[in-house]
Ligand binder design. Structure first.
Ligand SMILES: Nc1ncnc2c1ncn2[C@@H]1O[C@H](COP(=O)(O)OP(=O)(O)OP(=O)(O)O)[C@@H](O)[C@H]1O
Ligand SMILES: [Mg+2]
Length: 281
């Protein structure tokens, strides 16, 4: 299989704005890494207001790093991030969250010894009482399964229910942009359906979404735009209809197909994606 090559030096041209909506999130030439290890090289793309963008790429491509950088958890070493017209590149995570960019991270991010309700209340702590009550209400109406288990310790929920709880923590709060990272990993198809239904509802209600997802078909069904990332660089970006074939080439078929309900085993890197980024300096 021929590795995908960049069609144009996208990083050089700066972000392309789809004409119909103003950008809500813009990354411009973003570089980031971990210590001496560089994971992102001049990453530029936009998430237009009111739309969903799928960030797609093989394991180790840098997708989670992008999610962390835009939500303020990893500080970029170069480049600019704008959210809602403001330069948020140097903002701390809490301030970015308060401005309306919420991040549902990889993994289960729940407090095992606290009940479902205590987990939710803790997540909604920063907001006033009324918003908090509304957020609880919304969490339970989005995920009835959680309402039935609100007094159960989160650590005793099934894996899928724990993922729902971590999603409910961010879905229920008011937000402009939701960044979701591998939400469906290891979930049974029925639960993945519930999760994607919830995403579709919040998209319809006006929230933009940046979705990192290994279930390619589901991500592409949700998103109008797709960004293909490989080895820390944007290979291509554009309307989903034009890039879905390229995305399928980039993602190994075992990952790109619909879920089996079994946890996804660790995926070997694609041939075109040799280990990691590059060392700085
Ligand atoms: N905390 C960290 N410390 C050092 N290196 C890291 C750290 N987190 C990620 N990396 C490295 O950065 C690169 C990008 O990782 P990242 O998690 O962003 O990839 P990804 O596209 O989300 O992959 P996956 O599909 O497997 O989740 C990888 O090579 C990874 O090993
Ligand atoms: Mg990841």
């Amino acid at each position: 299989m021929t590795p995908l090559q960049p069609l144009s030096p996208r990083g050089v041209a700066g972000p392309v704005q789809p004409p119909e909506h103003p950008p809500l999130l813009e990354l411009d030439q973003v570089e980031a890494g971990y210590g001496p290890y560089r994971a992102l090289f001049g990453v530029s793309f936009v998430v237009p207001a009111g739309s969903a963008v799928a960030l797609v790429g093989p394991n180790g491509a840098g997708k989670t790093t992008v999610a962390r950088v835009v939500s303020g958890l990893v500080r970029p070493s170069a480049g600019t991030i704008r959210f809602d017209g403001r330069d948020v590149t140097r903002w701390p995570a809490w301030r970015i969250a308060r401005a309306g960019l919420l991040h549902a991270p990889e993994g289960r991010s729940v407090f095992a010894s606290l009940s479902v309700e205590e987990n939710l209340v803790l997540a909604f702590k920063g907001v006033d009482r009324r918003t908090q009550a509304e957020a609880l209400e919304r969490a339970y109406s989005s995920f009835e399964r959680l309402a039935r288990r609100k007094d159960q310790a989160a650590g005793t929920l099934s894996g899928g229910e724990q993922r729902m709880l971590s999603l409910a923590k961010v879905l229920a709060l008011p937000r402009r942009l939701l960044v979701v990272d591998e939400l469906s990993l290891g979930l049974a198809p029925a639960i993945v359906d519930e999760v994607f239904d919830a995403l579709r509802r919040i998209l319809a209600a006006g929230t933009s979404i940046l979705v990192v997802e290994q279930h390619l078909e589901r991500a592409l069904a949700l998103a109008e735009h797709v960004v293909l990332l490989s080895r820390g660089r944007v290979l291509r970006e554009g309307p989903t209809a034009e890039l879905s074939a390229d995305a399928a080439v980039l993602i190994p078929p075992a990952v790109g197909t619909l879920g089996t309900g079994r946890p996804t085993p660790p995926q070997p890197r694609a041939e075109s994606d040799p280990p990691g980024g590059e060392r700085l300096g």
